[in-house]
Design a binder for this molecule. Sequence first.
Ligand SMILES: Cc1cc2nc3c(=O)[nH]c(=O)nc-3n(C[C@H](O)[C@H](O)[C@H](O)COP(=O)(O)O)c2cc1C
Length: 161
Amino acid sequence: MPRLLVVHHSPTDTVRALTDAVVAGAHDDAIEGVEVVVRPALEAGAADVLGADGYLLGTTANFGYMSGALKHFFDTIFLEAGGALSDDGSAAGGRQGRKPYGLWVHGRYDTTGAVRSVQSIVGALPWVPAAVVLEVLGDVTEEHRAAAYELGGTLAALLTS
Ligand SMILES: Cc1cc2nc3c(=O)[nH]c(=O)nc-3n(C[C@H](O)[C@H](O)[C@H](O)COP(=O)(O)O)c2cc1C
């Protein structure tokens, strides 16, 4: 059965509301035959990544970057997951991606740097963006929850085809 891995850092109720909506969307009744595995970013490992067919990543924006927890996840799994490094140690771009991924980022004032930081690393993994990045600022509204639900459903549905 195809497996969708959800890796998230959800330190507050606000962010947890988004994460819960993403996971609920991935479990939508209309989607059958996809296993959804949910892991806090500090607990996810390379085996989780290698065993999955698609990915959903969730993080807060911190200091204009992704959370330290999601960065720790990438530091841990990057090479085993097929990532390539440049000579200067940065993530080397241009990998041919096949496994779909989606991303949501929550912040209070600007998530641009956090999104870019994830994309710069994931661009060197054999993954391909499969949905528009969901960026949420401030309090989570019903619209945000609906968008998060749709993001989860989109990635799960992709794995059924
Ligand atoms: C140390 C720190 C750095 C942060 N940096 C950013 C940032 O660069 N951009 C942003 O939009 N929000 C930033 N925030 C806000 C967090 O993203 C936000 O607190 C987190 O998503 C949880 O949301 P909540 O506080 O509404 O529950 C920062 C928060 C902290 C504590």
